[in-house]
Design a protein around this ligand. Structure first.
Ligand code: SF4
Length: 363
């Protein structure tokens, strides 16, 4: 086991991959997009952009779940907490700016807001406090949604419900493909999400849109190898789905998790912060479980909020039209201690990652 862990960071293998990448220098600019904050962390922390051949850019798209959570949902969560409902959510969500305030600011003013590590923790809080209404503000992609589905299907207490803001990655990638100015020459597909949905979920992207797709893991060598496969496809004029993370991802994905999602949720249209509404890109609680659907249980209407903060370029960063350092506020007015937009808040937000690792490559 130890030998395998060392192999994943073997400098000789890294150098060999870097040389192989250099031999694939393209004749035209090539833009690879990934949609995973963990990929951005690996790429930035290990300076992987610096070993790419000239002309190859790797940019983060809508891969940070808290960054793309619409203020429609965030403002609703804040209002619920202000009404005395205990709102539980992940730590990354606490400081994301809403239209009026963050959940953290609501908590500072006395609202019952709790940081939890899972939906199950929120159910535990509800069981311990039967007189207190508890809402789990559910954000995240296919990776975290099965955990929410599991608690919904496990007979939670009547004082528990879910404000569901889960989102699906493939429709967001599809949106990028059709968006002007985002030119996508290849997708480094997210390892975590793909463990659930399977590499086969990208077959349409490769087959119908001729976009090369490679599923990648999160060690530096995983990412370099996935990028090598992508550049080989670009060089050969191929568009296929390849799996460079077979130790975790299969073609069909995790059937058990998929069944949980299908039983607890239905697919719905969803609003992505900075991007807008994307058809069939969200999950909503199924009608059979509507007693646990906070959106129906409480009279807190969905109101259009301030999605884009003036001066902030998150809307461009989230669709790979800009990198964090393109924003004039980056590192000055906007830092992890004084975040202006959502991309500077979460651990997986592109701006926060670049600020943390000083990643300012020439893209
Ligand atoms: S640096 Fe701050 S203001 Fe600029 S795009 Fe990123 S989060 Fe928004």
């Amino acid at each position: 086991m130890k030998a395998d862990q060392f192999a994943l960071r073997d400098p000789l293998r890294g150098q060999a991959l870097a040389r192989a990448l250099q031999r694939l220098a393209p004749e035209r600019p090539v833009r690879i997009v990934h949609v995973c904050g963990t990929h951005e962390i690996t790429i930035s922390e290990h300076g992987l952009r610096h070993v790419l051949p000239e002309g190859v850019s790797v940019l983060e798209g809508p891969g940070c779940p808290v960054c793309v959570t619409s203020t429609v949902d965030l403002d609703r969560a804040v209002r619920l907490a202000e009404q005395g409902v205990a709102v539980c959510t992940f730590g990354d969500m606490m400081r994301v700016p809403g239209s009026r305030k963050t959940l953290d600011e609501a908590r500072a003013l006395g609202a019952p807001v709790h940081t939890v590590l899972s939906a199950a923790d929120a159910v535990g809080l509800a069981r311990k406090n039967p007189a207190q209404d508890v809402v789990f503000f559910a954000v995240g992609f296919e990776t975290t949604a099965p955990g929410t589905a599991a608690v919904l299907l496990d007979d939670p207490p009547g004082n528990f419900s879910v404000l569901c803001s889960h989102k699906l990655i493939p429709p967001a990638v599809q949106k990028l493909v059709n968006m002007p100015g985002t030119g996508l020459d290849g997708l480094l597909a997210p390892g975590h999400v793909s463990t659930v949905i399977g590499a086969g979920a990208y077959a349409g992207l490769a087959g119908e849109h001729c976009i090369p797709v490679v599923v990648g893991g999160f060690e530096p060598l995983d990412v370099l190898y996935a990028l090598l496969l992508l550049l080989r496809q670009v060089a050969d004029g191929r568009a296929q789905v390849e799996n460079a993370y077979p130790r975790a991802v299969s073609w069909e994905g995790n059937r058990q998790a998929q069944n949980l999602l299908a039983t607890a949720f239905r697919v719905s249209d969803a609003k992505w912060r900075g991007i807008g509404e994307i058809p069939c890109s969200g999950l909503a609680v199924r009608a059979e479980l509507s007693r646990f659907d906070a959106a129906l249980k409480y009279d807190v209407p969905a109101v259009e909020g301030q999605e884009v903060v003036p001066g902030c370029r998150c809307a461009d960063v989230l669709v790979a039209r800009a990198v964090p350092s393109d924003c004039p506020l980056f590192g000055g007015e906007c830092t992890p201690l004084t975040p202006v937009g959502p991309c500077m808040v979460g651990a997986e937000g592109a701006c926060a990652v670049w600020h943390r690792h000083g990643e300012r490559p020439a893209l």
